[in-house]
Structure formats: C-alpha cells, structure tokens
Design a binder for this molecule. Structure first.
Ligand code: UTP
Length: 289
C-alpha cells in the first residue's frame, strides 16, 4: 500500500529574471494567463489531484501570492452590494481551507533543490508533490492527477516527462531510461542540463513531481550542481536504485511560462479553450497572420 498523497510544495522564490521589468515588484507566479495568475492554476491542479495541504516556498517581494488566497473582505462586500455575482464567483476559487496553506521563506535563491529543502518541516515523512507554477499543462486530465494515479500503481517517485528537441537538452533535467512501455519509463539516471552530445536521452522532466521524503536527506548535503545551484535533479538522482523511480509521459500540452514565447503561446491556447473568448480571439488572430 502506498501512502496517500496529500501534500504539495510550490516553489515561488525564483527571481524571474527573464520577465524583468514585469517581475521587478510582482512575482512571476502572479502573472496572469487570460485572467488567472499562474499560481492559481497550480493550486487548482493540485486540488484536482487530491492535495489538501500546500506549502509555498517564497522570497522577498512575494506577499501578493499569499494575499491572493486570503479573503478580500472589503472587495467582496462591495461586490455584494453591487450585485456583481459573476465577479464574486470568480473570487471563490481563490479561497483555501483555513490552515491548509503555509509558507516558508527561502532567504537566498540558491536553487530549486534548496527551495524544496526549505519545506522539509512541512514534508516530514510523507510523499509530496511539487508543482512549478511557471509550467502550465493543458490536458483532459490534470497533469498532477495523472502522476498521482501512476504513483498509486507503482509507488515511489514519479515525474512528468516529455520529449524535447535534442539541441535543447541543456535547458532541462534529462532522464537515462531503462524499461519503457511507451507511457511509463523506468528512470535509471538523471542529469541536469546536459550538453546535447552528453544527454542520455531527449526525455526531459517538466515541473510536476511526486517524490518520496528521503530526497530531503540528499538535498541537505547542499552540493552545488549545474549553474552552481543546489539542483533538485541531483538530489533525485540519489534516490535511484533505492526506490522505484518512473517517468510518466503525461497526456497534454505543456507551456513554459517562464519563457516569453511559451507565455504568449499559453495565452492564446488557454483563450481559445474559453467559450466566452474563443471566437473573438480566433478572429483577431486571423488579422495578424
Ligand atoms: P526558474 O529556473 O524558472 O528560475 O525556476 P526563476 O528565477 O523563476 O526565473 P528566471 O530563470 O530568472 O527567469 C523554476 C522554479 O523554481 C523556483 C522558481 O520560483 C520557479 O518556480 N525557484 C528557483 C525557487 O523557488 N528558488 C530558487 O532558488 C530557484
């Protein structure tokens, strides 16, 4: 029997340098795709996978992320007085169960591995999910739900993976693979940002993970990896051989919203899925291309 998956860590302490100046005073994760900030997509996806407890790893200038999930009492009262029911409804999705969301601070952004280690007290001895809010996945079944289902079947660590062009392997965590049934792959090794000629495959990890708590012990050693950062990939690599470790080729399309082109593409793709916007968007797009 696998232990149920109830916790998720959302690292949001990065500097977001690729989006400056937009991210000078607001967090990258507060940037909206259509009308919802990236962080809200991540929380909704986590909820849909059965997650009940959330930990955001934050840094300086990230208070709006916490505010977003609080009750905006005055705003709600004003909307009620003005009978703005639709707007009130939109706010409902930003409410979380009292006490279900905590934050920890990563004072210095030393890398994703370090950010996850900062959540160690929250994680305790439980399996946990990680969602990187700047990766958005458009899919029939929410991506983390797919991972959670796979975790129930296999136990151990499960990460979402996708094929990337070989010349881009130096941007991602890349898998060395064993058995492969076309959907689930056995992970036999992990390398962070390998040069194309050194990459063991072109299967890359995206920002969705189900991990076992033992990864924290490896991250605690604070070994620096690619970019002189404490890399989550290096910590995960140490679990291989001791615990099951699988990659899941998820169903869906991923948008790297930490990158300008990926972010713009997500705006279009998500807007075209909206019945209230699709026609208008399709018609103005035609005038540009
Ligand atoms: P990125 O690699 O996208 O870095 O981090 P970034 O700082 O957010 O953006 P750029 O590259 O400067 O434009 C991936 C995820 O890991 C988190 C980020 O917040 C993002 O969700 N992260 C990264 C941390 O929480 N702490 C870190 O030290 C590094």
């Amino acid at each position: 029997m696998t232990k149920p998956l109830r916790k998720a860590v959302l690292p949001v302490a990065g500097l977001g340098t690729r989006f400056l100046p937009a991210t000078k005073a607001i967090a990258k994760e507060m940037l909206p795709v259509v009308d919802k900030p990236l962080i809200q997509y991540a929380i909704e996806e986590a909820r849909a996978a059965g997650i009940e407890q959330f930990c955001m790893v934050t840094g300086r200038g990230k208070t709006a992320l916490v505010e977003h999930f609080d009750i905006a009492f005055e705003l709600e009262r004003t909307l009620q007085e003005r009978n703005k029911t639709e707007a009130l409804e939109a706010l409902k999705a930003t409410q979380v169960e009292p006490g279900s969301m905590v934050t920890v601070r990563q004072q210095v952004p030393l890398g994703l591995g370090h950010a996850i280690w900062c959540a160690r007290a929250f994680i305790g001895d439980d399996p946990f999910a990680i969602l990187l809010p700047d990766d958005l996945v458009l899919s029939q079944t929410p991506c983390l739900r797919q991972l959670a289902d796979a975790y129930r079947d296999t136990g151990g660590n499960v990460v979402a993976v996708t094929e990337v062009p070989r010349e881009h392997t130096n941007r991602y965590g890349i898998l060395r693979i064993g058995k492969d049934d076309g959907r689930m792959v056995e992970v036999t090794g992990l390398v962070e940002k390998p040069a194309p000629q050194d990459a063991p495959s072109n299967l890359s990890i995206i920002g969705r993970y189900v991990l076992m708590p033992e990864v924290i012990g490896h991250l605690a050693k604070m070994e620096r990896g690619a970019g002189n950062e404490v890399q989550l990939t290096d910590g995960m690599a140490k679990l291989i051989g001791n615990q099951p470790f699988h990659g899941l080729r998820y169903e869906g399309r991923r948008f790297d919203c930490g990158d300008k082109v990926g972010f713009l593409e997500a705006q279009i793709a998500f807007a075209l899925k909206r019945p209230d916007l699709a026609d208008a968007v399709r018609s103005f797009l035609k005038s540009y291309v």
